[in-house]
Design a protein around this ligand. Structure first.
Ligand code: SF4
Length: 478
């Protein structure tokens, strides 16, 4: 099939950062009549991998497709259009996607007119897009993280010209407002406050796949939260790769602390935010979490390593001591929960360096941690480092770390025994129909005996059992 490579990913371009202002575009989705007629009642299947930012992009993709006229299906055989919205943060995430792409080949043999597309962070990498083009001819469309709003035009070309279309932009990215979206939850919503990242941690592919750090205008964020509140949402999570840097790129008197105050004034009952970076965490932000009732006492603050030498090689730009200063200030906040991210097996991580990581877990006693084995990402500076830690040793370190993290998670959860916590009831527990489930203000998963009519409401639960990653209890009257 003929190919139309409108634009292929370019790592050199993706690395560039200029002082130029980015454009904020209030998009009017342009949909050709022919596409409307073609797509009416056709079925789409969308599979999203990876982080909250990708889930939010998935909601926008679904919104655009339903605007075009497609109808959602979860049956691959039924689908006229399948889109894989991919993640590139680690190798195993990519392996899973290639498994899915291989699986689509069989489906295509049964349904030749079906359209298969790949988008998201994975295809922002040159080697991946060229591999898909050379190895998987059953893929019809490849687009990136910067041009989701172009789906109608790109689909139209695939359908109309019957050719493989590739458009992956490696520029800094703009901000596209007003795109339709189909939210995946009725109670809790993700709200992007910024896109991209300029931190360039040496192991991380995100600055290359998601472009320059760029903040949305506060009024656009506030009107989105106000609309969500009107639509009955109870909780919003403010999203950014590094929310603490919000507003630095805007010529406005605004930063993340001020934004938290503005969002708080909408009186939406619950406000959360991910992900934080120790480097930009100001006292004003800590005060906002402490004083604003509807800002939840939960912070996800990745440390990545407990060793200064490794932190320097990761380009994290803080020391363990500096991390602890912010961490301990946050711990002053009553009943706060703090989780983190930790990487083991970074190139040249000595046993002593690893032990320093175990020590920091002892010192911080986190409420929880996402733990990962270092995964080499082509194009990142760390990928050039000789990886001298054996797979066996990496796994040994990971299991030691997980054991310690689980120990402290349980210790922290035990402090809730006998306590009364507020829970947003999301539904029945996955494991037991008679048990309800939801999250506390501290983002702890709580399973409890309660009134099924309170699904969607905030209730009080008395905790009578604690496990490493869940609390159990009984609903009590106010
Ligand atoms: S802060 Fe570092 S780890 Fe986080 S997205 Fe940016 S470059 Fe990646």
């Amino acid at each position: 099939m003929k190919k139309d490579i409108i634009s292929a990913p370019d790592l050199k371009e993706a690395r560039k950062r200029s002082k130029e202002n980015i454009d904020i575009i209030y998009s009017d989705l342009v949909i050709e009549n022919q596409l409307f007629n073609y797509a009416r009642n056709k079925k789409y299947l969308l599979k999203t991998f990876g982080c909250q930012a990708n889930v939010r992009d998935g909601e926008t993709i679904a919104g655009i497709l339903e605007n075009i006229g497609y109808v959602l299906t979860n049956e691959p055989q039924e689908a006229d259009l399948i889109i894989l919205n991919t993640c590139a943060v680690r190798e195993n995430a990519e392996d899973r996607v290639f498994g899915e792409i291989g699986h689509l080949k069989g489906l295509k043999l049964k349904k030749k007119e079906a359209i298969y597309a790949i988008c998201g962070c994975m295809v922002q990498q040159e080697s991946i897009t060229s591999k898909i083009l050379s190895t998987y001819p059953h893929i019809d469309l490849i687009f990136g993280t910067h041009n989701i709003h172009r789906i109608p035009q790109l689909l139209f070309e695939v359908i109309n010209e019957r050719r493989i279309v590739v458009e992956v932009l490696s520029n800094q990215g703009n901000i596209i407002e007003n795109l339709p979206s189909k939210r995946s939850d009725k109670l809790k919503a993700f709200v992007n406050i910024m896109y991209g990242c300029d931190k360039f941690c040496t192991y991380c592919i995100v600055p290359y796949t998601r472009g320059k750090q760029r903040s949305r205008l506060p009024q656009d964020i506030i009107s989105e939260v106000e609309q969500l509140k009107k639509d009955g949402y109870i909780e919003v999570t403010l999203l950014g790769q590094n929310v603490n840097a919000y507003g630095k790129d805007l010529n406005l008197e605004i930063d993340f602390a001020k934004l938290l105050h503005l969002v708080s004034e909408t009186h939406i009952p619950r406000i959360r935010f991910v992900t934080s970076h120790p480097w930009d965490f100001s006292q004003e932000m800590i005060n906002a979490i402490k004083t604003l009732d509807n800002v939840m006492p939960f912070v996800h603050l990745p440390i990545q390593s407990g060793d200064d030498d490794i932190l320097r090689k990761m380009g994290r730009r803080y020391t363990v001591e500096e991390y602890l200063t912010t961490y301990n200030k946050l711990r002053q906040i009553d009943k706060i929960s703090i989780t983190t991210d930790i990487i083991v097996g970074f190139p040249n991580e000595s046993l002593e360096a690893f032990n320093n990581t175990l020590k920091i877990v002892d010192e911080c006693a986190f409420d929880g941690a996402f733990t990962f084995i270092y995964s080499k990402r082509e194009g990142t500076p760390a990928a050039l480092l000789k990886d001298d830690i054996s797979e066996e040793e990496k796994h040994r370190r990971l299991s030691l770390l997980i054991e310690k993290v689980n120990y402290y998670a349980l210790l922290r959860n035990k402090t809730y025994l006998g306590e009364i916590v507020e829970v947003l009831v999301e539904g029945k527990s996955k494991r037991n129909e008679d048990i309800l489930s939801g999250y506390s203000k501290q983002n702890k998963l709580v399973n409890f005996k309660g009134n099924i009519n309170n699904i969607g409401k905030l209730v009080k639960v008395k905790i009578n059992k604690a496990k490493s990653f869940t609390l159990q209890g009984e609903e009590i009257d106010e």
